[in-house]
Ligand binder design. Structure first.
Ligand code: OAD
Length: 259
């Protein structure tokens, strides 16, 4: 912890790269955790591909509305808040997330790069126009409930969730910005991600190759490859909050002893 806090204190550009684990303490399920992970209970081929939507739009839309309802009912947790605080303590911080929730934004992070889209930005499946005015009050959706997607006011096509599905390209600009940030930072914190979904999973490796330090914050130990890579094991909320406290304490100490 002390070494990471020191690296944070001296870094000029920090990238925080987050996955589902950062929202786990808000009660949002991850994808691959044993027992609770969404992909342990649901088949991505039936729910998270364009073919699945074409085959059964009501099943897919209902599932994403259920997920959106959970996010709307959730609150940001100490991990999201620690990232906001960290941004105020370092010269530059770029937040890159694979998450489709808006908990970083609701905690106060501006300008997060969303690599996998958003549950809150649906668009037409046929003409791709963005759709506004989705109900923000979602008491109804329950797990497994089918819901017919709304229709696009312009072309009548079915509305799809604004997330990246398996087999789809990531948004080009977001991916470029994330790769650039990874290659120009001096420290990358990879928080709560299993690092198995490409191309996002390349991001920590790009930072390492460009000479940055990479710190994994995860409930599970992450295998590290060399002296510039570290693994902190524990809950993101606790570890990030503790890191921020250490950075603040060290900053305070250095200000009270000017050289
Ligand atoms: P995963 O579910 O694959 O991984 C979550 C990671 O978070 C695991 O390594 C856990 O050990 C860790 N974790 C769980 N709770 C934690 C906590 N409280 N604190 C710290 N770590 C914790 O989720 P992602 O890596 O985000 O893709 O998955 C990547 C992509 O796969 C997702 O963006 C999604 C999914 O298919 C799309 O939607 C396109």
């Amino acid at each position: 912890m002390q070494a990471v806090a020191e690296a944070l204190r001296t870094a000029r550009h920090v990238v925080v790269f987050t996955g589902a684990g950062v929202s786990a303490e808000s009660g949002i399920p991850t994808f691959r955790d044993a027992l609770t992970g969404l992909w342990q209970r649901f088949d991505p081929a039936e729910l998270a591909t364009p073919e699945a939507f074409r085959r059964d739009p009501a099943l897919v839309w209902g599932w994403y509305e259920w997920r959106r309802a959970r996010v709307l009912a959730a609150q940001p947790n100490p991990a999201h808040r620690a990232i906001v605080e960290l941004a105020g303590l370092v010269p530059r911080l770029t937040l890159v997330t694979q998450n489709v929730d808006d908990l970083h934004e609701r905690a106060g992070s501006g300008g997060a790069i969303h690599l996998h889209g958003s549950l809150h930005a649906p668009r037409c499946f046929a003409c791709a126009r963005p759709i506004t005015g989705l109900a923000a009050d979602l008491r109804e959706p329950q797990e497994g409930r089918r819901i017919d997607p709304p229709r696009c006011a312009h072309c009548g096509g079915p509305v799809r969730p604004g997330v990246v599905w398996f087999g789809e390209e990531l948004p080009t600009q977001a991916l470029e910005q994330a790769f650039d940030a990874a290659q120009s930072c001096d420290l990358l914190l990879s928080v709560g991600t299993s690092g198995v979904v490409y191309p996002a999973a390349q991001i920590p490796r790009l930072a390492l190759q460009a000479g940055a330090r990479v710190v994994h914050v995860n409930m599970q130990p992450v295998e590290v490859g060399g002296a510039r890579e570290m693994s902190l094991v524990g809950a993101a909320g606790e570890l990030l909050a503790a890191l921020v406290e250490r950075v603040k304490a060290a900053d305070g100490a250095s200000h009270s002893h000017p050289s």
